[in-house]
Design a protein around this ligand. Sequence first.
Ligand SMILES: [Mn+2]
Length: 368
Amino acid sequence: MARSADEPGGSRSSATRTRRKVRKHSDRFLDELQDASRVTFVSHIHPDPDALGSMMGLAYLVESCLCKPTRITRDGPIGRAENRTMIELLGLELEPVESLTWDPDEAIVMVDSQPKTGRHSGTDDLPITAVIDHHETPGQLKGVKFVDVRRNAGATCSLVAKYLKEQKANPPKEVATALLYGVETETAGYPREASAVDDEAMMYLYPRADKNALAQIRNARLPICHFETLLFALQNTFIYDRLIISWVNDLNQPDLAAEVCDFLIRFEDVDWAVCAGVHGDKLLLSVRSSLKKAAAGDLLRNVVGRLGRAGGHDRRAGGCLKLPSTSANAIEEIQSELRKRLLKALKIDECRGQRLVPLRELLLNLNK
Ligand SMILES: [Mn+2]
């Protein structure tokens, strides 16, 4: 593992540290790729702007510093309108990870995720050379030559921006825009989950980014299913003391669970928002908290337990459960189990949920 003695808090004496030239993360990262015939970047399923921006930024770094060919990939479809606009506008060429053939001498770099965390569809058996991430979810890092996991960073894109700055790589505006949008989407919530490395990245990227493209991505045009799902989500949202839960039985686009959560956590009467949406044969979970030190990732991991996989950060988390069947009964059963576990984890007495929008008002509105 490359993470080592030159980091503060390492066991080396300060005398040894000053004698030994401190090597930058980006130097060590590039060193590990010296002998590769090609470098391919992979990330988590349904890649978000942080994953996409990180792959694009590192591909540029490798191409400009090592003159090696690179590939960036996508694991699963990309549904969210903003992310599709980002790809289109900034010209990202993503190769579906399941259709790639692998060269024996190529290096594979994983960003914004760690191996064997259940967040990938087909990359778990690939030999990974380097991992750059900011998630608390511990992955299987044995045998990975270069590891840079900084849990205090709000975004993986911030670490990548730092690498570019260290190598004086001067990214073109498409790359800077992708990275800036990646940092922005990860640090936009309140309370803010960001640190100095994110602020430095934003200051480095902002003058280089295409502000017009950024505005176009932020305000991407939305398909009708977006509004239909939001309406359905609001009609099926229940309040339990300081917790609000939205059950969406037909989540047509996986990222919408997080969007619903971001929307609901702004409700002034709650500290926790959960969205559970059925997508194919899976139940996707998104969690937000407005509390400091909420440990949302740990909480969700405990709640989900053996039913599936979960993880995340202090105030944002996500998870995925495989449904035994997509029958209404099976869905209801798993929803009721989840509700029970969530209430217990948050020490809320079992109670009947109160609808966010009362049924009577919904019906009155329909009859108008
Ligand atoms: Mn991220």
